[in-house]
Design a protein around this ligand. Sequence first.
Ligand code: CTP
Ligand code: MG
Length: 223
Amino acid sequence: MSIVVIIPAAGTGSRFGGQIPKQFQPLAGKPLIQHVIERFLLDEAVSRVVVPVAELLLSSVKNSERVVFVGGGQTRQESVIRGLAETEGAELIAVHDAARPLFTTELFHAVLDAARELGAAVPIVPVTDTIHVMNDDATVKQTLDRAMLGAAQTPQCFRAEILRDVLARAQAEGVEGTDEAGLAARFGYSVKAVPGDPRNLKITLPEDLELAESYVRQWSSQA
Ligand code: CTP
Ligand code: MG
């Protein structure tokens, strides 16, 4: 069973701000993206990681036996599509945000197992805030039923032919999704929810990085 991981890392981190995109910010002394790549490489089940990065970075990175860098796109979805070109022979493909350094191997394997069985799977955590639909004038329009909501994390895993089909159809129909699980559901595939991990946060704002630092400190003091 060949497993390839695509790690989209071509974003600019506009909400995070700063001089360098957030995926290159240090966490516990090394860039977020390095945490992510290294954790996947430690996993013997992973045959290759494919990392879409900004085109201008391509000359400064070096491919190795199990790590291949490709030029990313204007959107996350486009970056993942570029990554697909380096996944020939994969039976399962995982997609994981470069900005999510705290995923565990246990979570990854739970999602892989579900995808192997059902075709597509995503880690989901319950939504704890009340979510409102807003009007343009910053007033509340309507409240969603929280019991029906789930917040998606990565790694999201797919049988390769399903991910290829979903992304080809999205591209053909001009549909832009913020994750692959949502696209797969939209195009009629059943997508299994696996219990996510609240600590597997996506670094979006500087505060998220502070929280991630505190988790890493807790873990290293427990180790
Ligand atoms: N991503 C990508 N190519 C893009 C946009 C995003 O590969 N054109 C990647 C990001 O690098 C990140 C992941 O997709 O690892 C999740 O996206 P997000 O958290 O939204 O990151 P950014 O788009 O960089 O941040 P922002 O939306 O705040 O600009
Ligand atoms: Mg973004």
